[in-house]
Write a protein that binds this ligand. Structure first.
Ligand SMILES: C[S@@+](CC[C@H](N)C(=O)[O-])C[C@H]1O[C@@H](n2cnc3c(N)ncnc32)[C@H](O)[C@@H]1O
Length: 243
């Protein structure tokens, strides 16, 4: 009999997912030490990553005192922007799969003496979102998670009424000249099988899931369609924890 897990994946898919995870963790363990510097060149030198991050954090619509989850936070590059938005009375929870990336995030927390940031080492696919969250952000990460649609759904269920879910990530442009297709593949080469990523088209799954789970979805293609910014709110009248 073929094994099936709770998500309905069969044995073959599960072991494929496990080896993808192991590869990912190994990749980011190697990258962690210099990530803050090398990510400035990501995906290519001159890429407007900082501008895109700013737009993503603005799209969260955070207020002082809010609680925000940074899903697959890496070394915490978004934390200064999130701190500014929620203030010392707010709360930031950074979640990531890779221990070494979280260790750098912890260094950042200590260097800034932030006492309102906590870190959780977890797989986004199995993360138990706390209830009554005001906002969830994920930048340059969610397309790496095969179960990205499920992560969107679980996060949406944990948001308070009016809470915001924002995803900024890379994609392969729609109709593209050859040089842009090559840029798209260069983008993902470090962390996954490029072919698998292109075939899977995870940005489409993310868009469909956000459309399904959230109201007022906005979708913007950035930098010649090599990235997207998706944002939506949990409908009014719902409370965190409703399933
Ligand atoms: C390109 S880095 C982006 C980090 C950060 N969000 C940023 O904007 O700099 C991708 C991060 O996603 C994390 N990641 C990948 N798959 C994950 C998963 N299934 N669950 C949690 N984190 C994951 C990696 O460990 C890595 O830290």
């Amino acid at each position: 009999m073929r094994r099936r897990d709770a998500a309905g994946l069969n044995e073959h898919t599960v072991s494929q997912t496990d080896s993808t995870r192991e590869h990912l963790i190994e990749t980011y363990r190697k990258k962690a030490k210099h990530y803050d510097i090398t990510s400035r060149l990501y995906p290519v030198p001159g890429y407007p990553q900082r501008t895109q991050r700013l737009r993503a954090v603005q799209a969260l619509g955070l207020r002082k005192g809010d609680t925000v989850i940074d899903m697959a936070c890496g070394t915490g590059l978004n934390f200064p922007l999130l701190q500014q938005a929620v203030g010392p009375g707010g709360r930031i929870v950074g979640v990531d799969l890779t221990d070494a990336m979280l260790a750098r995030a912890q260094d950042r927390i200590e260097a800034n003496s932030w006492i309102n940031v906590s870190l959780v080492q977890a797989d986004a696919a199995g993360f138990d979102f706390p209830a009554e969250v005001d906002a969830i952000l994920s930048t340059y990460a969610l397309t790496q998670v095969p179960e990205c649609a499920g992560v969107i759904a679980h996060g949406a269920a944990a948001l308070c009424g009016g809470g915001r879910w924002v995803v900024l990530d890379l994609k392969v442009p729609g109709s593209t000249p050859e040089w842009l297709t090559q840029l798209g593949t260069a983008i993902v080469r470090p962390f996954a099988s490029v072919d698998e990523w292109i075939m899977r088209r995870p940005w489409e799954a993310i868009r469909a899931a956000m459309q399904e789970e959230l109201s007022d979805l906005s979708w913007a293609e950035l930098f010649f369609g090599t990235a997207f910014l998706a944002a939506g709110s949990r409908g009014p009248g719902k409370t965190g924890g409703d399933q």
